[in-house]
Ligand binder design. Structure first.
Ligand code: ADP
Ligand code: MG
Length: 698
């Protein structure tokens, strides 16, 4: 069979150059393969006819068989519309068109049988349907039509007269042209073992299923395949890596670690912290390169874990570095490490854009000659031309953007690649993690340090600020500090977002006795740092901020987080922001302030926030509400792939199944060299050529 990608869509009757151009530009479809894999977003069961007397406005799409009695035109210009009086023989309803009027009046005839299809609504107390599909009853075979596919069309396509029905017609033509079955892309033994539909039938049924259950069977086959190849590609890569990539062996846990552990550790480790340190210690002692993701909710104590793991590197004669996403965070890490290490003879230095002149030269010199043992910096600084004497471990903090490609670049810095630890508080649901970080081993800190009281979260509307201000005042009088967070600096035209600067003035007049600081994204880094510094030291009691404080900042004395216009934040952002409080032993509060009119989805988000503090639960909910493409971190990760069919939120079990299947295949045939797996090798090659994203993962 000819490769469907070689066949241009214009070879199909009905698709000329201008339609081909539109398909290409709007849907990215240029050949038969693209078209075949352009799946309907829904099917509607059209096997049933309704009587007008049965219709009500809460029904989804319905169809009625009957005849047009007459057409009437009303209005002029934009108000112009056409009403067709349509009867099923018992009652009459109105069918309304606001555009395409000419097409209807010149093509639709009175007193002939038609089937009309659309969503019923009420107009002047009577049931009507706007812009129904109209088909001559004799051309429509209802039994064949039982599940009608609906395809996405864009505004531009619609304007050029290309509807879902047009795409459907192209599809019918295409399927009728495919004389031979579409070649199978999974080995027969997998199809048998998992009871999958063959590819040819699955593709046909995806467009024209004979029943809902056939549709779901077809979907299952196509999703499985998609997920299976992702997992196979990631796992093949991960296995090759762990087999080949030798790393520095850290055989000992020595003096530095032990001294710190017994004399300097400010509090006992939680058992989760101990466990993850043990896991990393095993990695680093194995002689293979560690590539580990450390997940732990905000405030779970990842920084301390990072420090202790770095001390193991030092014990083995290596340097370690930690990269933070912002300069503020890097400086905070430096502070934390220096104060925790106290007078231990460990040289910790900072390298960010703020470190200049002689200091910078001395730090870079120290990195090169090995006297700087722990380097703290932003990843921008460390990524370029800093030369380490003997780098043994890199920790990447709060950096979900650090995908496979970036990590691979790091490894190339040394002949023997350093161990890599990626830390994130943005909880990633399991199914997504398996896909996004499938090449990393994962450690989880699933426990907060003792004595933490869960943050109390409440929702209030912005028309009653007095109670809120009273509460904040009480907390500050008790010696605590508060954050006020706003979504944007400048008011955008239409949305009534509060202006941080204005708000700052307002809060000053409300709290004249407290000193208030402000940080936002348009301040210079030095100004911002100085403001943060004042808040950290307790000089300012309230910090008015945009989301620049979102990640990592640690001010345990802050006990109130007020989030204004909370409806404008995503769930994981809200969770990160809330994580800025509740870091000490005191009861902390998070107040979500919103306007009165909330969409259903926003209401749900707010409700989730008030009901749970569990980051994983929130991440799962977020994935369900927004879909994986939007999830923070996925898009910038460098491994953003767009799943065409499967949905990581809904298809969790299939992800697991696909992963098990891939693992099974590789257990028996690691190099995929068995004859029955030739098909897998070929397909992997094909996929990695075809799509940038795939090649990045593999
Ligand atoms: P995150 O995981 O969000 O990076 P941090 O490392 O900033 O969290 O830790 C949050 C706070 O918890 C810090 O003030 C830290 O000193 C404290 N902390 C960390 N580990 C423990 C522990 N085992 N017991 C008590 N407090 C701890
Ligand atoms: Mg942190």
């Amino acid at each position: 069979m000819q490769d469907l990608r070689q066949l241009d869509v214009t070879y199909l009757p009905g698709i000329g150059p201008s339609r081909a151009k539109l398909l290409k530009e709007e849907l990215g479809i240029s050949n038969w393969y693209d078209l075949l894999y352009c799946f309907p977003y829904k099917h509607i069961d059209r096997s049933r006819l309704y009587m007008i007397s049965e219709l009500s406005t809460d029904m989804p799409f319905v169809q009625v068989r009957g005849q047009f009695l007459s057409f009437e035109e009303f209005g002029i210009g934009r108000k112009r519309h056409l009403v067709g009086h349509f009867t099923d023989g018992q009652m009459v309803m109105d069918l309304v068109w606001f555009n395409g009027i000419k097409y209807i009046t010149s093509n639709v005839k009175l007193h002939r049988d038609y089937i009309v299809f659309g969503r019923p609504n009420a107009f002047n107390g009577r049931i009507s349907i706007s812009h129904p599909d109209v088909d001559a009853a004799d051309t429509l075979s209802l039994s064949k039509m039982s599940m009608q596919p609906y395809y996405t069309v864009t505004e531009r396509m619609r304007k050029s007269g290309m509807t879902s029905r047009s795409v459907e017609r192209f599809m019918t033509t295409l399927l009728s042209k495919l004389a031979e079955p579409i070649p199978e892309t999974l080995p027969g033994y997998l199809i048998g073992r998992y009871g999958l539909m063959p590819l040819d039938s699955a593709l046909r049924a995806a467009h024209y299923p004979s029943s809902a259950s056939q549709l779901s069977h077809s979907g299952m086959r196509l999703k499985f395949e998609e997920l299976f190849y992702i997992q196979l590609s990631i796992m093949r890569y991960a296995r090759a890596r762990s087999a080949n990539r030798s790393g520095n062996r850290f055989p000992v846990v020595g003096n530095i670690f032990h001294q710190f552990y017994s004399c300097y550790l400010p509090f006992p480790l939680t058992s989760a912290q101990k466990r993850v340190i043990r896991e990393m210690r095993a990695d680093m002692g194995s002689g293979r390169q560690m590539n580990r993701l450390l997940q732990g909710d905000v405030g779970s104590g990842k920084t301390l874990v990072a420090l202790m793991v770095m001390l193991i590197a030092l014990d083995n004669g290596f340097q370690a570095c930690i990269m933070a996403p912002t300069e503020i965070l890097a400086e905070q890490h430096l502070e934390t490490f220096r104060s925790m290490l106290g007078d231990m003879p460990v040289r910790v230095e900072l390298l960010t854009g703020n470190v200049k002149g002689r200091q910078r030269k001395s730090v870079i010199q120290g990195i090169a000659d090995g006297t700087v043992q722990i380097l703290v910096g932003t990843h921008a600084v460390i990524e370029d031309n800093v030369c380490f004497h003997r780098l043994g471990l890199v920790v990447i903090d709060e950096q979900h953007r650090f995908g496979v490609a970036q990590r691979a670049r790091l490894w190339k810095k040394n002949p023997v690649p350093p161990h890599v630890l990626v830390m994130t508080a943005t909880p990633i649901p399991r199914t997504l993690a398996m896909t996004l970080y499938g090449d990393l081993d994962v450690s989880v800190i699933d426990e907060l340090p003792p004595g933490r009281k869960p943050v109390k979260t409440v929702h209030t509307y912005d028309d009653k600020p007095e109670i809120l201000y009273k509460g904040v005042e009480r907390e500050i009088m008790a010696g605590h500090q508060a954050y006020f967070v706003f979504p944007l600096v400048k008011e955008s035209e239409k949305m009534s977002l509060k202006n941080v600067e204005e708000e700052y003035q307002k809060l000053q007049s409300i709290f004249p006795h407290f000193s208030i600081g402000m940080v936002h994204g348009q301040m210079k880094a030095a100004e911002k740092d100085a403001e943060m510094e004042r808040f950290v030291s307790g000089e300012t009691r309230i910090l008015v901020a945009t989301t620049v404080i979102e990640v990592g900042v640690n001010v345990p004395n802050a006990s109130v987080m007020v989030i204004e216009n909370a409806e404008r934040f995503g769930l994981s952002q809200l969770h990160q922001l809330r994580g800025r409080v509740g870091r000490g032993a005191e009861q902390s509060y998070c107040i979500l302030v919103t306007g009165p009119a909330l969409s259903k989805e926003t209401r749900k988000r707010i409700q989730i926030m008030t009901e749970t503090n569990d980051g994983f639960e929130i991440a799962e909910a977020d994935l369900k509400l927004r879909g994986p493409g939007d999830l923070e971190g996925t898009q910038q990760s460098g491994v953003a792939f767009d799943l065409k069919i499967a949905n990581l939120a809904r298809d969790g079990q299939l992800v697991q199944l696909a992963r098990d299947a891939a693992s099974d295949v590789l257990d028996r045939d690691p190099s995929l060299s068995l004859p029955e797996n030739a098909i897998l090798r070929r397909r992997l090659d094909e996929l990695s050529n075809q799509d940038e994203d795939w090649s990045r993962i593999s």
